[in-house]
Design a protein around this ligand. Structure first.
Ligand SMILES: [Zn+2]
Ligand SMILES: [Zn+2]
Ligand SMILES: [Zn+2]
Ligand SMILES: [Zn+2]
Length: 265
């Protein structure tokens, strides 16, 4: 049987294949790795650790996988894992893996988890409520967010995050200073469907203590699914060399910065 003939079979008779792939314990459609008992009955990898014998024949469980069942599984259309939270997307396992990593209905971690050791995870619609309840000092509720860095230490490596509740949306502001490279990196990321990120821009505004020097820098908002490593490496963020930053610093340790959020026309 060629791969092509399996693919056409799955289209013509998808329902019976899905029935064959039903886990006898949780009744979900099994996804690889699919395990089996000594007599060849299959079960899903989530249920197997909790079983002492085969749920179908009581035979011993073995560590051998059922490769035929796994091949069939790759030709079935599965619903997104986040159906219960409102996602109705269905696709092949291969596409599903990519989709679930960026699905707007996935579970989000607390956006300031690293700052607080918070282990919360929840829906996108609950992020603001959670942050207000637990980490209120990390929220800026304005389209114009002002930061005053007191005792800014150029030599200390520092990373932090906070939340902007701006333009009726939630954004993730992240800042990093790198004393070795002598650079400050800052980025605003949209929390939600990736395609919405580029609808917004953020503008850094810095004014020197004398008022003579001004800097305005505009960037397109990135998606929360972009990794910081990629954003910094591709320079799709605000990067300020320390030499420039020093022009905006008062007494060598204090500087103010404003970030204006707006929706692109
Ligand atoms: Zn199962
Ligand atoms: Zn069995
Ligand atoms: Zn989804
Ligand atoms: Zn939290």
């Amino acid at each position: 049987m060629t791969t092509d003939s399996i693919a056409s079979l799955s289209l013509e008779d998808g329902k019976s294949i899905i029935k064959l792939l039903e886990c006898p314990v949780c009744l979900d459609t099994m996804k690889p790795p699919i395990f089996q008992c000594q007599n060849g009955h299959s079960m899903c990898s989530s249920c197997k650790p909790g079983l002492s014998s085969c749920p179908t024949c009581r035979g011993a469980l073995i560590d051998t996988r059922n490769l035929l069942a796994e091949q069939l599984a790759y030709n079935v259309i599965y619903p997104c894992n986040n159906t219960a939270r409102g996602c109705y997307e269905k696709m092949s396992l291969e596409d599903l893996k990519k989709h679930e990593a960026v699905c707007p209905y996935r579970l989000y971690e607390c956006p300031v988890a690293k700052e607080n050791g918070c282990t919360w995870a929840g829906c996108r619609s609950d992020i603001l409520h959670h942050t207000e309840l637990k980490h209120d000092k990390y929220i800026y509720r304005s389209d114009l967010c002002s930061f005053k860095y007191e005792e800014f230490n150029f030599l200390q490596e520092c990373k932090f995050a906070c939340i902007f509740s701006s333009c009726g949306e939630i954004f993730w502001f992240r800042s990093k200073r790198d004393p070795e490279k002598r650079k400050l990196y800052e980025v605003v990321q949209y929390i939600g469907p990736a395609e919405n990120a580029s609808k917004y821009v953020y503008e850094h505004r810095l004014v020197s203590p004398s008022g003579d020097q001004k800097l305005t820098f505009t960037n397109v908002v990135r998606s929360d699914t972009d990794t910081l490593k990629d954003i910094y490496a591709t320079r799709k963020c605000f990067i300020l060399e320390y030499d420039t930053l020093e022009m905006f610093t008062q007494n060598g340790t204090t500087f103010e910065c404003q970030i204006k959020m707006c929706r692109q026309k």
